[in-house]
Design a protein around this ligand. Sequence first.
Ligand code: MG
Ligand code: MG
Length: 258
Amino acid sequence: MLYLKTDEEVGLLKESNMLVSRTLAEVAKYIKPGVTTLYLDSIAETFIRDHNAEPAFKGYGGFPNTLCTSVNDEVVHGIPSDYRLKEGDIISVDCGVILNGWVGDSAFTFAVGEVKEEVKRLMDFTRASLEEGVKAAVAGNRVGDISSAVQEKAESGGYSVVRELVGHGLGKKMHESPEVPNYGKRGTGPKMEKGLVICIEPMINFGKKETYQMDDGWTIKTADGKPSAHFEYAVAVNKGKANVLTTFEFIEEVLNIM
Ligand code: MG
Ligand code: MG
């Protein structure tokens, strides 16, 4: 059963996702060598609460923090800690909020200082694969059209797609139907209609696709120890063209003046 949102509900989801976009931009101001991931987490939590919202991740399934901070070979679900970022790291920052009862959820992978060209290329391809997925998120298409678009773009760069974790429907709950895998075949999966709101979130590995979960019960790492990148948008399916509820523009404004 896919829950289709009214235009008004999509508007409320837009507000929640805009707050996530602004929170990630606030966090971006502090991403530099020497900063702990726990400090980034405190910046995000304060910013969210100052905007009359609540962190969506904190307490979700027992997750302890506001952000998932996943560094280098950590794919997703990294727990903020006293780890200090260092020059050349990459960090996926995933953030969720609940505003007026509606969930926002988005992620961006940042470079810490200067990173290797080959790692930058991984980030560029991951983000480009997300954009390809968005193009396929139109009414009448099937979820597999998004999945295959993401997969083709990522694999065209020589990268691999994580299988164990997927995108999802979004609404009053953070994880609704349908699942939105980042791999699959065109013309398969649930048919999408106007008002379906989903998170598309490619997790793309530099090396092999295999991952494992750490003993902390959360952090997912690449099996081969090579880096992984992650970008996430919330989008409302529409006729002709998806309505992207997330923006990376605020982040880019911050990165351009740093
Ligand atoms: Mg998500
Ligand atoms: Mg997320």
